[in-house]
Design a binder for this molecule. Sequence first.
Ligand code: ZN
Length: 315
Amino acid sequence: MPAPSLHTSPSQPDNTEVSGYIGRFAPSPTGPLHFGSLVSALASYLDAKANNGQWLVRMEDLDLPREQPGAARNILQSLEDHGLHWDGEVLYQSQRHPAYQECLDVLLKKNWVYPCTCSRQDLAHMGGIYNGHCRTHPISPGQAYSLRLKLYDLPDRASNDLIEFEDLIQGIQIQNLRTQAGDQILKRRDGLFAYPLAVVVDDIAQGITHTIRGSDLLEVTGRQLFFFGLLGAPLPRFGHVPLAVHANGQKLSKQNHAKAIEAGDASKNLWRGLMFLGQNPPVDLAGVSTTEILAWAVQHWQRHAVSGLSHLYTD
Ligand code: ZN
């Protein structure tokens, strides 16, 4: 194994600032919007609007088996109820299969992806980080396989294990693609395109320059930046806001049935979201309309006041 050197993705300088801010909120429709996802939506909205940017919404409805019927509409309604109006049309990942396949074809031609038949159990035996086994062990014909993207030692490509970037909120990050990420599944064995593929293909297609999202995704950011570089795309900036966690340390999530936020409490929810994001809204702001709260929040938005990887949330 070559000595890791401190470097960013192969073809791009780090932290390329791109002009014309385009941000996005990209919920998965596995349940209604809860306080944690409202915080991500609000932070990405405010950061975009405070920078005279556009704010797009993308519905990450790739994983139909996990989708909750009606959740996509419900989330969009909730955003509207909170005055978070997006620019342009909502992009649905379920409509984007041809674009994902096109990208895979390019990667296959370059020999940057390969078939893998390893099971979840195999992965567990590897300690949870894929060790590249199927790079050197060709699969037998007729077996169902997933497709993995190489994150290190790529053919015709100088690359380094370490990737460094400056998170807009969490500061400098250094991630090791070989030991902390491992080759990523882009297409699952059951034929579904996977999040690591779709998120980057769509961010590029939508011209996203800034992604503000929950800190649970901080750890996948290095590999995503590497993938942008591999596809020859400009590198967007990322900023990760704290997660809302319960007293037991569990994050609020659709999976553990976090309470849906209520339209009737919209102003209060926004006000609490601003508190959570360190924006210090005046107390009487909790009683005004969502439009007025958001106008105040855009005007007073301070990215640097947002801090921490998680904060306690109590109902
Ligand atoms: Zn494998």
